[in-house]
Design a protein around this ligand. Structure first.
Ligand code: DC
Length: 411
């Protein structure tokens, strides 16, 4: 899922974007940072191609900020001086093209909340949800003055308001990529709203685009509490509330898929399950209704891969156990290499999940509730962009395996 946030300067776009992404479990990125990075380089008389930085693995987006060659650069980029250079280079059409192409590279696979001036209109016209944030000039002046720790006297406020109004005009009247709401943008005026109130509204809009599997959601509500108590389940980390994810997990028992689904609320997980299960008359149709779909584990099952891609494009979570067979002692078995295809091809980010506590499978003694303690861990996602500089099937497989193994060991 790609969510764009455009709007006037000082409207709080990036604060809202960061909060929204955090609530939903998605990545936030501010497109202004790339203009600022180009500006910083211009100020040093250097010029490095942005796409190259991404493809060589030199530019990374992490949870706490952006990194260049392993160094966090957010603060440097936010300086007033770099901002001036950024405004200058942002007028150059070739810089705009370069930034836009780089943004698309960073957003590959989706689950990206991005803010800027032309995200919904120019760069991501097909974004699932587009916001346009507006706020009264005086209110923006007041926020800025308070942010700088100044006394909000009438004179200072007026001075700031004039500057902001001039910037609005420059943004809206410029020739290339002028600031304007996309036709399908949701316009939110944050005047008089707290950031929480604005994000509540935004989250509600996004959640309308998150598909549900009704029968599984019903099971989560009804059988969920019973199973969670029975197996004394605990969740470590959290499931993203929105977006497409290929959820991969270690396989220790036939109970892994249903148990993981009992802690993934508000999301449901659509499992790729062995086709043999669908041959039983009642179980088969029940599994379909629960969102599962069949895969033939012998050879390449192109149909199952296509079905997975179709569901991912609808912003669903597709679950699969790359080991394909259960490991009875918790030691991971060889993986089907196919899983890495989805992320190497840029179709989806991957959500590593680990389950612990049911090694050896469910036994008769488990008829008594509370005999087991099952832990489910949700790890840091792997995005297609994270694979650079070695974006190939083999390296991706190694990375994914390592992530699941580390997560399992940490439980
Ligand atoms: O939002 P910001 O202050 O970090 O943006 C830095 C500069 O880049 C600013 O002059 C506006 C420009 N910019 C742009 O032209 N288009 C965008 N999508 C984002 C930023």
């Amino acid at each position: 899922m790609i969510i764009t946030i455009d709007g006037v300067a000082g409207s709080g776009k990036s604060t809202l974007g960061r909060m929204l992404a955090d609530r939903l479990g998605l990545t936030f990125f501010s497109s202004g940072l790339l203009y600022r990075l180009k500006g910083l380089m211009a100020s040093r008389g250097e010029n490095i191609a942005l796409e190259d930085l991404v493809k060589k693995g030199r530019f990374r987006i992490k949870k706490d900020g952006v990194y260049l060659d392993g160094e966090k650069i957010d603060d440097v980029l936010q300086s007033e001086e770099v901002g001036k250079w950024a405004a200058k280079v942002a007028k150059d059409p070739s810089v705009r093209d370069e930034v836009n192409a780089t943004l698309k590279l960073l957003a590959e696979g989706g689950n990206f909340v991005v803010d800027g001036r032309d995200m919904g209109t120019v760069v991501f016209p097909n974004a699932k949800v587009k916001f346009y944030i507006d706020a009264d000039v005086m209110e923006r002046a007041r926020r800025r003055v308070l942010q700088l720790g100044l006394e909000p006297t009438e004179e200072i406020l007026r001075e700031f308001a004039e500057k902001i109004a001039a910037r609005d005009r420059a943004d809206k009247e410029r020739e290339i990529a002028p600031l304007k709401p996309a036709d399908d943008a949701i316009i939110i005026d944050t005047t008089g709203m707290t950031p929480e109130e604005a994000v509540d509204i935004m989250e509600k809009h996004v959640m309308k685009h998150v598909p549900r599997v009704p029968l599984q959601a019903f099971a989560q509500k009804t059988i969920g509490p019973i199973l969670r108590g029975w197996f004394r389940m605990s969740l470590h980390g959290r499931f993203p509330k929105a977006g497409r994810w290929l959820m991969i997990f270690n396989h220790i028992s036939g109970w892994d898929p249903p148990l993981i689904a009992m802690v993934s609320m508000p999301r449901q997980i659509e499992y790729m399950a062995k086709k043999e299960l669908f041959q039983y008359p009642i179980l088969g149709s029940l599994l379909y209704k629960l969102g599962a779909f069949p895969v033939d584990r012998e050879g390449k099952d192109v149909r199952a891969v296509r079905e997975a891609i179709r569901r991912l494009r609808q912003e669903r979570i597709v679950g699969l156990a790359p080991e394909a067979h259960r490991s009875y002692d918790g030691k991971m078995l060889p993986w089907y290499p196919g899983v890495s295809y989805f992320v190497v091809k840029g179709i989806t980010p991957v959500l590593p999940v680990a389950i612990k506590g049911l090694e050896g499978g469910v036994k008769w003694r488990d008829i008594i509730p509370g005999m087991r303690k099952v832990k489910v861990g949700v790890g840091e996602p792997v995005y297609p962009r994270d694979l650079y500089p070695h974006r190939d099937m083999e390296s991706a497989l190694e990375l994914l395996k390592e992530r699941v193994q580390m997560l399992y060991d940490s439980l």
